[in-house]
Design a protein around this ligand. Structure first.
Ligand SMILES: NC(=O)c1ccc[n+]([C@@H]2O[C@H](COP(=O)([O-])OP(=O)(O)OC[C@H]3O[C@@H](n4cnc5c(N)ncnc54)[C@H](OP(=O)(O)O)[C@@H]3O)[C@@H](O)[C@H]2O)c1
Length: 392
């Protein structure tokens, strides 16, 4: 990815450490006259505006995923609903745009800054009927629970969940913490998403969409079987003693392996947790639910906000370095198309896969490092994470 490329910069620039409602009244005929009448009467009353939205959404929910054959004999698929965390910038926004403009997806932009998300959606030309913004701050487990509740009350089905949001704090000298006191990178990137994905699994299971998917964005930087993944500080979860202690930096370390705080390593460790979690989901739930679990490395998207905390010189040099030296640069638009493929491409339904793309932008199943595919470690990360987020 990009971070690994930081490793490939000349040593003078070494940065390893420091530095809606789409339903028409006609649709309500599915439920017979009484609901239709009810909705009509609600519409006539402006005070019941919200109620109307919820009921109309309920119509969408109850619409079978594959509708009856049309006059031409073709079967039609209802619009899918995809939740994307961190859709207010970078990869998440580009993916939201790519999916929304197909007209086949309604994107729930799960973001912590409503206004930023609204402006972002407008800036890329997304049209109102194709997205809804819902508040989610992954740095607070209460906010995650609230999001789940809000989503359920919307009445929409959940067909695909994309855990994409992340923070990267390579220049931080001291750890910062989530509302519950977890080191921020692992708290947001892993634990917040862990609770979200676990909480929404049942919702996804109830959807009748033909291809349901849970995608957790990974990274090459967490994989020590790559050049990029070997750039110090390398990802390493050790014996998980810091995670088991709650990463609070008080009576336990803020790092998963129990070591001293290092913001770049904390990010890479969190990405290992993301990739382990996806595989553990696959082992525990794929056979029973049919849900496809996947992770990916979208390529080095050197221009995104992920590098906002880096020193200005890095941010200036990183994109051209990736474009002209490593040639690993991928535009936000291209990366968004890649993630959109993992969401909706009928050929990418295999579960338990970590997808990557070659130079011709063709997808392939990539190999994870030994640690990022360690079955026993995945089980332990899962069990400790369950306790930390209050699920066990
Ligand atoms: N850039 C790369 O080269 C690269 C390579 C490999 C993998 N990735 C992965 O791609 C994903 C997206 O990163 P990006 O490069 O697109 O970076 P980005 O532009 O910074 O996007 C990150 C998103 O996460 C959101 N976010 C951060 N903290 C949050 C919180 N507490 N609650 C909710 N949302 C939060 C941000 O919201 P705000 O807008 O409110 O800050 C933003 O929308 C990450 O998982 C990253 O690890 C990136």
């Amino acid at each position: 990815m990009a971070l690994q490329a930081a490793a490939l910069l000349p040593s003078t620039f070494s940065f390893s450490k420091e530095g809606k409602v789409g339903a028409s009244l006609k649709d309500s005929s599915l439920f017979g006259k009484s609901l239709s009448d009810q909705i009509k009467s609600d519409i006539s009353s402006s005070s019941l505006k919200i109620k109307r939205a919820v009921r109309a959404e309920a119509v969408i929910t109850a619409t079978p995923a594959v509708n009856r054959a049309t006059a031409e004999g073709k079967k039609t698929l209802r619009k899918g609903t995809v939740v994307i965390t961190g859709a207010s910038s970078g990869l998440g926004l580009a993916t939201a745009k790519a999916l929304a403009e197909t007209g086949k997806w309604h994107v729930i932009m799960a973001c912590r800054d409503f206004l930023k998300a609204e402006r972002a959606a407008k800036s890329v030309g997304m049209t109102k009927e194709n997205y809804t913004i819902m508040h989610l701050d992954l740095g607070s487990l209460d906010s995650v629970r609230q999001f789940v509740d809000t989503f359920r009350r919307s009445g929409r089905p959940l067909d695909v969940l994309v855990c994409n949001a992340a923070v990267y704090l390579p220049t931080a000298k001291e750890p910062t913490f989530t509302a519950e006191g977890f080191e921020l990178s692992v708290g947001v990137n892993h634990l917040g998403h862990f609770l979200l994905a676990r909480s929404l699994l049942d919702d996804m299971n109830q959807s009748d969409y033909p291809s349901k998917r849970l995608i957790i964005v990974g990274s090459i930087t967490g994989n020590t079987n790559t050049l990029a993944g070997n750039v110090p500080p390398k990802a390493s979860l050790g014996d998980l003693r810091g995670l088991a202690g709650g990463l609070n930096g008080l009576n336990t370390a803020s790092m998963i392996d129990g070591g001293d705080f290092d913001g770049a390593k904390a990010y890479k460790d969190s990405k290992v947790c993301n990739m382990l979690t996806m595989q553990e989901f696959h082992r525990r739930y794929h056979e029973d639910t049919g849900i496809t679990f996947a992770s990916l490395y979208p390529g080095c998207i050197a221009t995104t906000g992920l590098f906002r905390e880096h020193i200005p010189l890095f941010r200036f040099l990183f994109p051209p370095f990736q474009k002209y030296v490593t040639k690993g640069f991928v535009s936000e638009e291209e990366a968004g198309k890649r993630l959109a493929q993992v969401v909706s491409d009928p050929s990418l339904t295999k579960s338990g896969v970590y997808w990557s793309w070659n130079k011709d932008s063709a997808s392939f199943e990539n190999q994870l490092s030994q640690e990022a595919s360690d079955v026993e470690k995945a089980r332990k990360v899962w069990e400790i994470s369950e306790k930390l987020v209050g699920l066990a």
